[in-house]
Every structure is written in structure tokens, then in C-alpha cells.
Design a protein around this ligand. Sequence first.
Ligand code: FES
Ligand SMILES: [Fe+2]
Length: 388
Amino acid sequence: MDKDGKYLKRGVDYPIIQGKRTLPGKYYHDEKIYQQELEKIYYKFWIYACRAEEIPSSGDFKLIQVGDESIILVRDKSMKINALFNVCRHRGTQLCTEPKGNFSSKSILCPYHAWAYELDGKLLGAPLMKEENGFHKDNFTLHKAHVHEWEGFLFISLATTPEPFEVQMEALMGKFSEWNMAELRIAHHIRYELNCNWKLILQNYQECYHCPGVHPLLSQLTPFQSAQHDSSKGAVIGGFMELTKERGSMTMDGEAAAPPVYDVSGDDLQRVYYYSVFPNMLLTPHPDFVMYHHITPLGTGKIVNDCYWLFHPEIINDKQAQKGIISAVEFWDLTNKQDWTVCEQMQTGTKSMRFDRGYYSGREDILYALDQELLKALGHDNPEEDGE
Ligand code: FES
Ligand SMILES: [Fe+2]
């Protein structure tokens, strides 16, 4: 917002930002910088992991890949969710390789020498090992990461002492409570495997300068000049765009896919919000559903992007309502693929020996803010020289 409390408009009348340059190309390709990102961001910040509804029962688990680390997100007997490092305390073997499932024995068994752990990480038993000579089961609990649930979304932090969730996610606190997202359910999921750096997806998500050319259909439903941002500092940045169609939504025909969810009302009935939850989640609440992306970096130029659609459970179970869900999924799948194409081309282009740094237009000011957040986290004061 500006000093008078008005929203800043990212429109055609906004001038080019003097001297605001993009990140140098090495930030998308350099292995050293990627390792710094893992250490200083992915192993430190709160990062998105999965929905609580994905592990609803005792024993349910899902593996979460964070850089070189694997975390078992598991619901224990008391229904508490634990984030356990997927590493045996005996000799370091990876305990679990299934991406998700249920520990039906209610324990986690190491495949090597059969040490067994409870679902809260405590060592249950180690064959032939007596509790003597300094070996005490209590000292061999699996290492744990921190877990925080917000609106049905589970976040984890691998830091020993993370910053409080509410501090990192300040701009999210109290935001979107009308959607009652904890009660929404996954209606659809598409996994995209992409050849680009994770940051290019965040950048792409936060500007609509590319929309007229890349997304002709989206531009009819929400004109790119309607983009406004209401949080432009810190780990959570975002804003909204206005829907052209009265009570419409982002679907193939622009009609709402379902009635508004829970208490969504007033201006929010005509808005689609775009929030990047740095570093690995993009949250898009519509009046009638919520779409979100979960980004998993797998290298400098490789990511998995899991895209989910959340709907009201009654809509998911209503046969008549399936058309709306399909239309929302089709629209975003089409739009996503249009975005992925340009992101992958940017990944290739920024590797050129002739590319050093680009220039931000006035409609990309929030990307500059995003870059500053990254550089601050990395401790880079001079991006042209840092990371060498
Ligand atoms: S490494 Fe796990 S029991 Fe030996
Ligand atoms: Fe786009």
C-alpha cells in the first residue's frame, strides 16, 4: 500500500523501475548458490509439506523431500503429527522409501538390522542389543523436525530453533479465515515435473505482465491491469485480481465452479488472490475454491510442482457439481502449462553467456521485493559478486 493506505496499482501507468535489475543468471544455474539456498532457506524456514487431510488416520504417513533430506510426516497413536528424519539411528539407513502409506504395524522398522521405532520416533527395540555399555533406547529417538498446522496446511521446519511460524508468515495470520480452508478437501491433484529453477515459478506467479500474450483466456476472465498487491514485504507477498464476470471464477467458461465457500462475501466474491508463501508454496483462493502449488526443488534446474484444487466437501460428493470442478481444473491446467513453457525457456535463456541481468518493468515491482527476500536470506549484499 502507499502512504495514504491505497493499494498500489500495477497498471500500464506505472513507470519502469529505475535501476531495478533482476537477479544475475547464475542464481538459476549455479550449484553453489543452490546449496546455499538449501542451507539458508529450505533447511531453515518454515516450508509447506502437505495437507493434514492427506494423513487422516493413525499410522498414515507421507514422505517430504527437502533438498537432500527426507522427512516422514506421520500421525501417531494419539493422532499427533510428527515430522521424523527418515534416518535410522543405528547406522544411518533410510527407513522408508514408499512415498506415502500407512505403518499398519504402528511402528517404523528399519530394513537393515530391524531396529523398530514408534510413530513418535521413540526406539522400541533393537534386536540382540542389551541396555548396557552406554546403550539406552531413550537416547536413540529419531531426529525430529518442527510441525505447524495453519488452516489444514502442514508446514515443517528443519531448523533446530525456527523463527515462530507467526513471525515468518505474518501476512497470512488472520488472512483468508472466511474460506475456512481447514474444512476444504482436495478435489484434484496434478503433478508437473519441470526443467526450471524453483524461483522462476514464484516470479512467474507474481506478475501478470506476461498475461496478455501467454494467457489469452485468463486475460478475458481477469484483466491484467486489475492486479493489485496488498502484501509486498517479507516471506508472504501477494495481492489479487478482479474477475470480469459478476460472480464468476477462473474456469473454462468463466462461470463459478461452485457456490462461494463458507463465509466468503463482499469484494472477495469478485477477486482471485495470489499469495506466494516463500519459499515453496503458491496459494490462490478463489471465491468458490482454492488452488495451490507445492514446489519441490530437485536441483538448480529441476523441480516437481504439485498442484491441488480444494473444494467444499459437499461439492466434491455432489455428482451434479463435478462439471464445475472439471472446468476449474481444466482452466488451471491449461494456464499452468502456458506458464511452464515460458519458465523452462527462461531457464534455458538465462544460461547464455550473453545474459547477465535483466530489467524489471513497473508491473514487476513485486518480483524485485521477492528477490530482496531471497538475497537477505542468503546474506548476499552484492548479487553480482556474492555466491562466487
Ligand atoms: S541401520 Fe537401521 S537397524 Fe541398522
Ligand atoms: Fe502466468
